[in-house]
Design a protein around this ligand. Structure first.
Ligand code: 5GP
Length: 192
């Protein structure tokens, strides 16, 4: 998606450890108009898929997923939580993920009330790197017996393994921008 690639080139900065910082519009300050256009793009891409629900992971996935839902008939958005809280009652699906940016393990928790076997789910997240976060969501989806219709990623780091592995496993992964390489010295970003 050219609009997203242009924005990454304009506002993205490259941090040590191959981390792309996009907090100007995606991870801290949110460009809602851009999220809306991303939603429109995925609605076109996944037009033939029946989507009952969108599943994402806190925190950065939430804003994007909510804008995306507007393009899928205002289906509910469920976000996996990364910590237990007293508000999380009843039975839960729990899996564990290792966070690339925070360099530690988190639980990923979804209340069983919000995923029903047989539902058709679209998974959305801001980044795909090694695929740990997405695999955590997939594990929960499998346990819940929902159908994963597709995976929408805003920015895939194509030089890491996640995208390749998920596609090889048969998932319909649609990334709006795929970063082929980043040069921290030049500050340049190449897209696939
Ligand atoms: P993965 O689990 O695929 O290795 O990493 C995906 C998760 O890590 C995303 O949910 C995102 O929050 C975070 N992440 C991974 N790489 C980057 C990056 O380069 N920049 C930012 N801002 N977040 C990243």
């Amino acid at each position: 998606m050219k609009l997203l690639e242009d924005r990454i080139r304009q506002d993205g900065t490259i941090k040590p450890g191959n981390v792309l910082k996009v907090d100007q519009f995606l991870n801290h300050q949110c460009d809602v108009a851009l999220f809306d256009q991303m939603g429109a793009e995925w609605a076109t891409i996944f037009a033939c898929k029946p989507i009952d629900k969108i599943l994402t992971i806190e925190a950065s996935g939430i804003g994007i997923a909510c804008c995306v839902a507007r393009h899928f008939g205002d289906v509910p958005v469920v976000f996996a939580k990364k910590s237990q809280s007293i508000n999380l009652d009843g039975d839960q699906y729990v899996s564990k993920i290792y966070s690339y940016t925070k360099q530690r393990e988190f639980p990923v928790i979804v209340s069983k009330r919000f995923l029903t076997a047989g539902e058709h789910v679209l998974l959305i997240d801001d980044f795909l790197a090694n695929g740990k976060a997405m695999n955590g969501l997939i594990e929960i989806c499998k346990e819940a017996g929902v159908v994963i219709e597709g995976i929408g990623i805003a920015i895939e780091k194509g030089f890491q393994e996640g995208g390749r592995e998920l596609r090889a496993a048969g998932y319909d992964v649609q990334s709006l921008a795929i970063v082929k390489s980043m040069d921290p010295d030049q500050g340049t970003i190449e897209f696939a």
